[in-house]
Design a protein around this ligand. Structure first.
Ligand code: GDP
Ligand code: IMO
Ligand code: MG
Length: 429
């Protein structure tokens, strides 16, 4: 039995979708445990591209896909995804997709509040995806949230909407000078979603437990990345959930004893979308070149991703916070053609070297990356499927990452396609 958690080690968009799709072949269940449709996970299969925001990336491998209680779900987006997949001939009936009855719903007022807050003060802007993620998690924590179990109880659902809308409309109109929303319209719209989604709603903790006891293998699909974690990321420039591996248990409803492997996805360089500190960010031609060659545009919002060198301070932080057992390094092909590459091994702060990631953003802003420069490679490596065939300098770059993070690399990705992969160790094997 092997149950693997896949997490992003940087600021998201490391290529989690590709790795989840690839490894799902060996899993029985694929479970999302946090985040919502702020995520954009790309899978490229047979030359065709699929971007999933809510449906777990195991769906193309025809696995049972589960949306855990820790996920915040916009039912409109979920139904669009279901319809899209049905249109592609993919079986996504209630035996293939299960949604936790305890998962919280993103409501129209969450989206309105997210965008109103972001546009109210440019200096305080986080650069959210505008999908209502933060306000939905706020309601969950303040016990005003609406869960799937409430969605299918018309009386409770309409009571909750009516109570919430009073407070939300006050905030929207009086504080943010934005427009009010109608409780009746929301109730009507969501009653249609309730009918369609009811067959998918289940007690997924019990379902997963039965699976674990009967030897089923589970893949947990993290969203965002370690440095967007609400506790451990670059707060307040973070998302509103715990993105690290420990939350796979809380967000799916199983105990930590059942997890066997934690695969940390590492982009061969670093990217970030939205605002917030980024010590190794590049503002020169090399940054532009990586952005273009790597097609670094957000899969959810289409925003240009900021690009920079690989940062071992954040990778070591990710190894510790997640208990990473192995790395999958992605987008290595994008670095081809550069004469030399920089690896950030630590930060210089007020004349001394620090190698732990600071919590204080003022300190972080003063940190200058300390770089080790290594030789690049010219070859196109996207066709290579064996480690030994990689150019010597590519292997040296990978070895140095392993040494500096004290973590083995188990998978190397050299292109977006499922098959464009060098698999050194399969966590399910
Ligand atoms: P996720 O959010 O972590 O699932 O990552 P995204 O899907 O948002 O972004 C990763 C992007 O890189 C997608 O467009 C992938 O198709 C692409 N990608 C993944 N792995 C590779 C790789 O090894 N090489 C290249 N060139 N592209 C890759
Ligand atoms: P995947 O799963 C990259 C970023 C947003 C913003 C911050 C808060 O595809 O890696 P939110 O809408 O969550 O309140 O925005 O978090 N962000 C992501 N960045 N990849 C993601 O997901 C992200 N999800 C949220 O850009 O900076
Ligand atoms: Mg993404």
């Amino acid at each position: 039995m092997a149950n693997t958690v896949i997490v992003g080690t940087q600021w998201g968009d490391e290529g989690k979708g590709k790795l989840v799709d690839l490894l799902s072949e060996h899993a029985d269940y694929v479970v999302r445990f946090q985040g919502g449709n702020n995520a954009g996970h790309t899978m490229v299969v047979g030359g065709e591209k699929f971007i999933s925001h809510l449906v777990p990336s195991g769906i193309l491998q025809k696995k049972i896909c589960i949306i855990g209680n820790g996920v915040v779900v916009d039912p409109e987006v979920l139904l669009e995804e279901i319809d899209y997949l049905i249109g592609k001939g993919i079986d996504i009936g209630p035996d293939k997709l299960k949604i936790s009855e305890k998962a919280h719903l993103i409501m129209p007022y969450h989206k309105s509040l997210d965008t109103a807050r972001e546009s109210s003060d440019e200096k305080k802007m986080i650069g959210t995806t505008g999908r209502g993620i933060g306000p939905c998690y706020e309601d969950k924590a303040s016990r005003r949230g609406i869960r799937f179990v409430d969605l299918i109880n018309p009386h409770i659902f309409s009571e909750k909407v009516k109570t919430n809308i009073e407070e939300k409309n006050f905030l929207l109109t009086r504080f943010y000078k934005s427009s009010a929303l109608s409780a009746e319209e929301i109730i009507k719209k969501y009653s249609v979603y309730a009918k369609r989604l009811a067959p998918y709603i289940a007690d997924i903790s019990v379902f997963i437990d039965k699976g674990v006891k009967s030897g089923k293998q589970i893949l947990f699909e993290g969203a965002q990345g370690t440095h967007l974690d609400i506790d451990h990321g670059t707060y307040p420039y973070v998302t509103s959930s715990n993105t690290i591996s420990g939350n796979a248990c809380c967000g799916a409803g199983l105990g930590p004893r059942d997890l066997t492997d934690i695969l940390g996805i590492v982009k061969a360089y670093t990217t970030r979308v939205g605002k917030g500190p980024f010590p190794t960010e590049l503002f020169d031609d090399i940054g532009d070149r990586i952005q273009k060659k790597g097609a670094e545009f957000g899969a959810t919002t289409g925003r240009k991703r900021r690009c920079g060198w690989i940062d071992m301070v954040i990778l070591r932080n990710a190894v510790r916070l997640n208990g990473i057992t192995g790395f999958a390094v992605t987008k290595l092909d994008v670095l081809g053609g550069l004469e030399s590459l920089n690896i950030c091994t630590g930060y210089e702060y007020q004349g001394r070297c620090i190698d732990e990631f600071p919590a204080d953003l003022d300190i972080l802003a003063e940190c200058k990356p300390i770089y080790e420069t290594v030789s690049g490679w010219d070859e196109d490596i996207s066709g290579i499927r064996q480690y030994d065939k990689l150019p010597l300098n590519t292997r040296k770059y990978l070895r140095r990452i392993e040494e500096l993070a004290l973590t083995p690399i188990h998978i190397i990705s050299v292109g977006p396609g499922r098959e464009e992969t060098i698999l050194l160790k399969n966590p399910f094997a």
